[in-house]
Design a protein around this ligand. Sequence first.
Ligand code: HEC
Ligand code: HEC
Length: 246
Amino acid sequence: MKSSKLMMGCLATLGLSAGLAMAAQAQTDSEREAIAERLKPVGELCLQGEECGSAVAAAAPSGNGDAIDGSAIYGNVCMACHETGAANAPVRGNEEAWASRVEQGFATLLDHSINGFNAMPARGGNPNLSDAEVEAATAYLLEPVMEVPAPSSDDVAAEEASADSGLDGETLYGSSGCAACHASGVAGAPVLGDADAWVARLEQGTETLYDHAINGLGAMPPKGGNAGLGDDEVKAIVDYMVAEAQ
Ligand code: HEC
Ligand code: HEC
């Protein structure tokens, strides 16, 4: 919190807070673009403890889709706000700050990254970033709090993502009826992404959680009441729920 105050102080000194306030009000695309242009220097701020020179060099936009380094772009453009919480930006890795946001799904979050969202400037304030570069940075930002789809432009990452079970726990969670209880806490179900509700459950270990999800526990019906699900599918969903709870 101390460092985030410090950060806000820096932003204010640079006159950026005025720009942020305007970004929140901007209605038209041209207004947003003008503000984004003025916010550009945010990406070049050096934060305490960061080696800015290397991050900036590594993030040189390639624009043609090959070898895009999401973490470098994040470090160059997004980190100024998303590492510190400046302008109330949700901090990377903070489950609570992201819980309701990730429910929108990756496509909507990416849309908000590209086009802006309240005080979140379009393309993080850097209009020179391509869609693919914003996507890579968004994926890096969201990695700790949700399963992010592999970018179509990055074959290596795509292979890595499907290397394990090949089952998509997040999609199965949505299509198997688990959300009916776990999205809102119906019948006392631990809510997806609510770390407090999951902490004691996680301590039981993954095998026990698999067992309870497959065979039921109290008001939790076996396989969530969806007998058609394979054990592997239930396990993939549990993996997703566990990842969301950490
Ligand atoms: C100048 C500060 C700033 C920078 C730089 C910035 N963001 Fe943000 N971002 C915000 C703020 C503030 C919000 C919260 C907006 C709200 O919820 O009203 C936000 C929210 C978001 C969200 C969540 C949107 C939603 O629907 O909840 C995503 C995703 C995001 N930013 C991605 C990025 C990416 C990717 C970059 C870098 C390319 C970036 N941001 C750079 C300030 C910033
Ligand atoms: C009808 C409501 C309902 C549905 C549908 C449902 N759950 Fe649950 N779930 C619960 C409740 C209630 C609990 C808490 C049970 C308890 O602790 O007594 C729970 C607990 C869990 C737990 C934690 C178990 C533990 O040991 O703490 C896991 C994992 C889980 N559910 C997975 C799933 C999966 C996967 C699906 C979809 C295939 C699903 N649930 C669908 C109600 C539901």
